[in-house]
Design a protein around this ligand. Structure first.
Ligand code: FAD
Ligand code: NAD
Length: 475
């Protein structure tokens, strides 16, 4: 390939494929290189998110939630179902079908937008130079005005609990189980631990989650974390806090897990162990030896606010760089960079990135937690509203959790919105938009919300900020 590109993107996850498509939409000649290989050896675009992360996990969360409802909720509706049978193979087939459709969709979008899609390994050789090694074929050097690094991340592996692809697995392995493990251990009560722990718990596994931190969901608003913890406990998720893993030994009969907590050495035997203790940026063989590209002490490519590296014409986006490891953050950085390359004005608002945990109830937030606002010294007011008083939530048989809005005392600006409850992730979109527009609590108070909808809980929480909720006693 002797032609010169305007933009070459390395990585076709949500950061990279979006950057390549937007670059092409901007009239730039774009190529996107990706090396993703599935367990069966097939190649596909979409990176972690589509193949092994966001999408397959949400498919399994939905299927397993239906199983839970069939067992626990149908009777309340007066629906009698005898002998519910779960067929994991069909569940997995459905999940794989969704993944295939969406990853195939990216290929179609590349074609439609005239992005040159290249499957194989990409390596930055220097400004404007990329080495491309196809999965089958000869290595070549490509030239491009700009290079966008979007190589993503991989799971952190613990030396004391190495992945063996069978008994001790990462999140991808845990999404591929062909049967429900009777006893499942999870290391890490973070986002993955809670989502995948929930999936297999609902499908019948006995789940024990070992978490090193003494506080549950330490990054979330404390009141919301406490509310969520109460629900998970009720569901039978056994979450052991302040528990530090010391060893995990896989054998024929399972995995022996040893950990230390406040009471001393503990031991646990499980059939499968998921290690979900975070992810790390992936830059293996991505950057040529002579390039002056800085990595920080955790391996992230160092970039400025606009995702520029110190090397002229080289940009980096997504999980490979600082900030939350989230698909939507990755994609928006991809869009910003493609627009900046095209000479447009573009920026990211890192203060309004939504966080969503897709458990039941869901946990979602944007902006600052109450603890962070307190720490900042700014005077604030808080309004909460419980889903127990929301008609739609009642009708859905999901009247659990609450909405919490934190607003500034002086000018009423919304500083943070935190939700634990049904469809919290969908409800949060209104709050993200409000904060993007620097809205006040009064703006939400005066916005008409449809009835009966879950969004009325957000409306009432905004009213409660000024002690004017209608369907609750204001304190
Ligand atoms: P990736 O998606 O990791 O993509 C990087 C791509 O680059 C890969 O295809 C990789 O093969 C390729 N690559 C790497 N190096 C090279 C190279 N040298 N040459 C060629 N190709 C290369 N986030 C959310 O926002 N919502 C969720 O619900 C959510 N759920 C998740 C569930 C799980 C189980 C996991 C593991 C993650 C989840 N995430 C979720 C996180 C999300 O998947 C990541 O934040 C997102 O995928 C990051 O996108 P990226 O494009 O930066 O990297
Ligand atoms: P995480 O950072 O969310 O959680 C890891 C947890 O493991 C933490 O609570 C940490 O204290 C704990 N931990 C670390 N070392 C430990 C040890 N030795 N023993 C016991 N506990 C230990 O990471 P994750 O759950 O692996 O997820 C990785 C990334 O993927 C996250 O950054 C997340 O943003 C992203 N993700 C997002 C979603 C979503 O948006 N819904 C879903 C899944 C993953």
């Amino acid at each position: 390939m002797s032609e010169k590109f305007d933009v070459i993107v390395i990585g076709a996850g949500p950061a990279g494929y979006v950057a390549a498509i937007r670059a092409a939409q901007n009239g730039l000649k774009a190529a996107c290189i990706d090396e993703w290989k599935n367990y069966d050896g097939s190649l596909s675009y979409g990176g972690t998110c589509l193949n092994a992360g966001c999408i397959p996990s949400k498919a399994m969360l939905e299927s397993s939630e239906l199983v839970h409802r069939a067992h626990d909720e149908f009777a309340k509706h007066g629906i009698k179902v005898d002998g519910i049978e779960v067929d994991i193979a069909t569940m997995q087939k459905r999940k794989a079908g969704i993944v295939k459709q969406l990853t195939g969709g990216i290929e179609a979008l590349f074609k439609a937008n005239k992005v040159i899609a290249l499957q194989g390994h990409g390596k930055l050789l220097g400004p404007g130079k990329v080495e491309f090694t196809p999965h089958d074929g000869a290595q070549q050097t490509l030239e491009s005005e700009h290079v966008v690094l979007a190589a993503g991340s991989v799971p952190v592996e613990l030396g004391i609990a190495p992945f063996d692809g069978d008994r001790i697995v990462d999140s991808w392995g845990a999404l591929e189980f062909t049967e429900v493990p009777a006893r499942l251990g999870v290391i890490g009560a973070g986002v993955i631990g809670l989502e995948l722990g929930s999936v297999w718990k609902r499908l019948g596994a006995e789940v024990v989650v070992i978490e090193a931190m003494p506080d549950f969901l330490f990054m979330a608003d404390k009141q919301i974390a406490k509310e969520a913890q109460r629900h998970f406990k009720k569901q039978g998720l056994d979450i052991r806090l302040g528990a530090r893993l010391t060893a995990a030994q896989a054998g024929d009969d399972g995995v022996t897990v040893r950990y230390e907590d406040g009471k001393g050495e503990q031991e646990l035997v499980v059939d499968k162990l998921i290690v979900a203790v975070g992810r790390k940026p992936y830059s293996e063989n991505l950057i040529g030896a002579d390039i002056d590209l800085e990595l920080d002490d955790r391996g992230f490519v160092v970039v400025d606010e606009e995702c520029r590296t110190a090397v002229e014409g080289v940009w980096a986006v997504g999980d490979l760089v600082r900030g939350p490891m989230l698909a939507h953050k990755a994609s928006e950085e991809g869009v910003m960079v493609a627009d900046l390359i095209a000479g447009k004005v573009a920026e990211m608002n890192y203060n309004t990135i939504p966080s969503i945990i897709y458990t039941a109830p869901e946990i979602a937030w944007v902006g600052k937690t109450e603890e962070e606002v307190k720490e900042s010294g700014r005077s604030y007011k808080v309004g909460t509203f419980s889903f127990a008083a929301n008609g739609r939530a009642k009708a859905l048989e999901q009247a659990a959790g609450l909405v919490k809005i934190i607003a500034a005392e002086d000018d009423d600006e919304i500083l943070g919105v935190h939700i634990c409850g049904p469809m919290a992730g969908e409800l949060l979109a209104e709050a993200v938009l409000a904060m993007e527009f620097s809205a006040s609590a009064e703006d939400i108070q005066r916005t008409i919300h449809g009835h009966p909808t879950l969004s009325e809980a957000l409306h009432e929480a905004a009213l409660a900020v000024d002690k004017q909720a209608i369907h609750a006693i204001n304190r």
